[in-house]
Structures are given as structure tokens and as C-alpha cells.
Write a protein that binds this ligand. Structure first.
Ligand code: UD1
Ligand code: CA
Length: 474
């Protein structure tokens, strides 16, 4: 049976008190909407229709940037007249020829799991109900819609907390906001929803009473675990769901063989992959599509986004790395900054206060202290001395520096790009490289060293007052 999905994400989320659309607020380093969409794609719903309204352009751009747009469509709800109206806007986007079932979820419910959707859809199919939804039993239903059942125990209606009588408010069974119905039922029933309620909105939840009024069956699929359905309406709920999601990610990683020294300060994205026997120290963020190998050590205080790290590499304290590839057996840091386009081939040493950008560093090459390597390629087994700088920017454009294999680049060397240094070159310390250097050369640009005996005493004599121990002002 073909399955389409609709996720409602047009609301601003007034209770967030934010200038940003609610579904763009982040959980585990990614916009909420990503977490809401992934399970729909995982159960192969096609199309997945996202209803956008508040900041539609931004929401659309963010989603398009992260997902293959093939199965995702956007429906516009310019004025937010309620969840029922939003579903109507979405149905206008679904081809008339679509005959299957439609799953409807809310964009502010990011913990829903694909397995739960599958069980729900199976139960919906087997029940023969025109409409199904997922409910949960709580001690206190709070602001959620209440599930009202008739004397036979059949679902009669969902009543919003705002519209509920005190008796109805006491009901513990609540609507999670996950629905399934045939496209045919939705096409005929959505138009029957009215707006005579506390908020003057078209409530999607009215579909329940509409179905019952037509003598159709409605099935509530009672789920055991509420945590999957916690809707995010405020920053406090955002933080609570974030903590829950983070704990789940960390538990999964630890179960798969990753050591987290302090899970309370390990902030790892849902899409991140980490190999066994990797040890992650305190205060580490690993985000995006990062892939970390086996036996890697990250000592602590690191911000890593979209990085690939090879087996057995060691990141010492204080690393920021983004869109880069660190090969196996590397040693990085402490306090290193690997910017986008950095590629360490393997067995590299990048030491303290080294910054790299768009730099390809060959196997075994080291830059151990205080360097900037930008728009550069460095060969294999080369030693980049302390304080070496690629001078890549002329004020208008960036230029490339190339350094060959097995070079010794002396301390405090500046390479004025564009420039190319061959293989087996020995660069004397303090050299300013202005033009290409052929293979095998010694290159230096110093003034020859001279000594003037007694010069220091004369110098102090000339500045008597400033002599050490003299009567200079301090
Ligand atoms: C809704 C349900 C409630 C349920 C709860 C579960 C209704 C009327 N109520 O209440 O029964 O217990 O979710 O979390 O459906 N949206 C639009 N367009 C609109 C209005 C809302 O796209 O015009 C989107 C919002 O962006 C949000 C979702 O629909 O992602 C839910 O809206 P929200 O206002 O949060 O509904 P609740 O009051 O939480
Ligand atoms: Ca909500």
C-alpha cells in the first residue's frame, strides 16, 4: 500500500518566544525538523509533504540543504488557521491520483521512531479503521488533547485541553499528534472541520468526531512510552527533549563499544558514527556527518563538525576542526585549529597553535608548533618548523603554496604564495621564500651574521638612564 506523509511545521511556536521558526531550533546540533523528517523517510513515505508558513523560505532552504529533495515537497500555509487547515493545505499538494494511506505528524515531535510508525501503520491497516491515531496514558494530561471515549470504550472525540470540561480534563489518555487515514477519507472529511472552539482554529483532531458521526471506526493505538511523543512548545521542553535525545545517542554509542568518560558532557549528533574502543573525554561536541574510526582518543574540549578521523588518531585537548579529514595514527593538538578542506593523509603531527585551511598534508609530515598552513599542499615526511607561515592572501586573492616530500622547512619561514618548493629541499630558518625552489636545494635568505664586539656596553652608555639597575622610570 503506498504511503504518503504530512508533517505540520507552519507555526511560529509562540511559546518559544523566538524570532526563529520553532522547527529550526536545534536538538543535538541539528534543526528539530531534521529529526521529525528522518523517521518518515525511513518508513519510505513518498511523498513527504512539509507544511511551511512562518519563515517558509528558511525552513525550506534548511531542509533542501540537508535532504535529497526527491521525495520531499513543501505546502504553504500562509496564515496559520490551525492543524486541520494545515493538513488541508498539504492535501492540495498530494496528487489526486494518490490512493494510499496518509500519515500525519507534527514537526515539533522529533523523538518519534520509525519502528513505532511501522507498528502503528500495521495496526491501522489491520483494524480497518477510517482513522487511527496514537494515544498515551499520562497521570496528568497537561496541555495535550484529551481522548474522550464513549460508554462502550470506543473513541468518540479528541477535546483540546483549552476546550475541555473539568471532567474531560481529568482524563489521562492524550492525543500524541500522530494520525493515519486513507487519502480518500482525508479529502472528504477535512472540509467538514469547523472553527467553533476556544482558539477559533480548524482542529485536525475534530476528524475523530467527524468520522464517528459518519458511522466510521476510529482506532486509538495506545503507545507505552510517552518520551517519543513529547511535543516541543517551549525552550524548557526543547532542553528536556534535547537531554533525552542526547542520553539515547550516548547510550547507543556506549553499547556499541565507545567509551564516554563523562556522558553528561558528550554532545554527539545523531548521524555521527564512531568505531569501537574510541575514548571520548569531557566537554566534546561531535556534529554533522562526522565519522570517527576505531581506537581514537579525543582527550577533551573539542568542537568537531563534519570530520573524518582515521583509526588510532589522538586529538589532544582543545581542538576545533571542521569539514576535514584526519587520517590514521595522527597526533593533533593541544590547541589546534583545522579548518575546512584540511586533509591529513596519516601519521601526521599537528602541534599546538597550528592552523590549517584547505591544506593537504602528506603521510608522516609534521608541523609541530605555531604555524599557519593555508591553501597549501605539503608532501610526505616533511618537517614544517616552528612558526612557518604560508602567506596566501595578497589583499584580493588567495594563492597556493606547494612543498614537496622530505623537506626540512626551517623555523620562522614565510612562503609568499603562489610558490612551489621541490622535494628534498632544506629551507634555512628565517627564510622568506619569494620564488620557486628546485629539488634538492638549500635555500636561505638571511643577511650573513656579523658580530660587533663591545657593542652592548656602548649602547647602554648612549642610553645611560635606561641602563639595567639605572634610575629609569619603571
Ligand atoms: C496538538 C493537538 C493536541 C495534541 C498535541 C500533541 C490539535 C488541535 N491539537 O496541540 O491534541 O495533544 O498537538 O503535541 O491538533 N501547525 C501548523 N499550522 C497551524 C497550526 C499548527 O502547521 O495552523 C503545526 C505547528 O507548527 C506544530 C504542529 O502543527 O508543529 C502542532 O501545533 P501546536 O500548536 O503545537 O499544537 P498543540 O497545541 O501542541
Ligand atoms: Ca505542540
Amino acid at each position: 500500500m503506498p504511503l504518503a506523509a504530512i508533517t505540520l511545521a507552519a507555526g511560529l511556536g509562540t511559546r518559544m518566544r523566538s524570532g526563529r521558526a520553532k522547527v529550526l531550533h536545534e536538538l543535538a546540533g541539528e534543526p528539530m525538523i531534521f529529526h521529525s523528517l528522518r523517521p518518515l523517510l525511513a518508513v519510505r513515505a513518498n511523498p513527504v509533504i512539509v507544511v511551511v508558513g512562518h519563515q517558509a523560505e528558511q525552513v525550506q532552504a534548511v531542509v533542501r540543504g540537508a535532504f535529497d529533495s526527491a521525495g520531499i515537497r513543501f505546502a504553504h500555509q500562509d496564515v496559520q488557521r490551525g492543524t486541520g487547515h494545515a493538513a488541508m493545505c498539504a492535501m492540495d499538494c498530494l496528487p489526486r491520483s494518490f490512493e494510499g494511506q496518509v500519515l500525519i505528524t507534527y514537526g515539533d515531535m522529533p523523538r518519534l521512531q520509525p519502528g513505532t510508525i511501522s507498528s502503528f501503520m500495521r495496526a491501522h491497516g489491520e483494524s480497518g479503521a477510517a482513522l487511527s491515531f496514537i494515544s498515551v496514558k499520562l497521570d496528568d494530561g497537561g496541555a495535550y488533547g484529551r481522548v474522550v471515549r464513549d460508554d462502550d470504550g470506543q473513541v468518540a472525540a479528541i477535546v483540546e485541553a483549552r476546550d475541555a470540561t473539568p471532567d474531560q480534563r481529568a482524563i489521562g489518555e492524550i492525543n500524541t499528534g500522530v494520525y493515519a487515514a486513507s487519502a480518500a477519507f482525508l479529502r472528504s472529511a477535512l472540509g467538514a472541520i469547523g472553527s467553533g472552539n476556544a482558539q477559533g482554529e480548524y482542529y485536525l483532531t475534530d476528524l475523530v468526531a467527524i468520522a464517528r458521526g459518519r458511522g466510521l471506526m476510529v482506532n486509538a493505538f495506545v503507545a507505552a512510552d510517552f518520551s517519543e511523543f513529547a511535543g516541543i512548545n517551549s525552550r524548557e521542553e526543547l532542553a528536556a527533549v534535547n537531554a533525552d535525545l542526547r542520553a539515547a545517542i550516548n547510550a547507543r554509542l556506549m553499547a556499541s563499544g565507545v567509551t564516554l568518560i563523562d556522558p553528561a558532557t558528550a554532545y554527539i549528533g545523531e548521524q555521527v558514527e564512531i568505531g569501537i574502543d574510541t575514548i571520548i573525554g569531557p566537554n566534546v561536541q561531535i556534529l554533522g556527518r562526522s565519522r570517527i574510526g576505531c581506537g581514537v582518543r579525543i582527550d577533551g574540549t573539542a568542537w568537531l563538525s563534519d570530520v573524518v578521523i582515521g583509526d588510532r588518531s589522538h586529538l589532544k585537548i582543545g581542538i576545533r576542526a571542521e569539514q576535514c579529514r584526519i587520517g590514521p595514527d595522527c597526533e593533533v593538538g593541544p590547541f589546534a585549529h583545522l579548518r575546512e578542506g584540511t586533509e591529513l593523509e596519516g601519521r601526521n603531527r599537528i602541534g599546538n597553535f597550528v592552523e590549517t585551511k584547505k591544506a593537504r598534508i602528506g603521510w608522516g609530515t609534521k608541523a609541530s608548533h605555531l604555524s599557519y598552513l593555508g591553501d597549501a599542499s605539503v608532501g610526505r615526511e616533511t618537517n614544517v618548523g616552528c612558526g612557518v607561515i604560508t602567506v596566501n592572501y595578497d589583499g584580493y586573492e588567495k594563492h597556493r603554496t606547494e612543498i614537496g616530500d622530505r623537506c626540512m622547512v626551517g623555523c620562522d619561514t614565510q612562503l609568499i604564495a603562489p610558490v612551489k618548493v621541490g622535494n628534498d629541499v632544506y629551507v634555512a630558518s628565517g627564510t622568506t621564500i619569494l620564488r620557486d625552489v628546485p629539488d634538492g636545494c638549500l635555500v636561505m635568505s638571511h643577511h650573513p651574521q656579523r658580530e660587533k664586539p663591545g657593542w652592548t656596553a656602548n649602547w647602554h652608555q648612549r642610553h645611560k638612564a635606561n641602563q639595567p639597575g639605572g634610575d629609569s622610570e619603571s
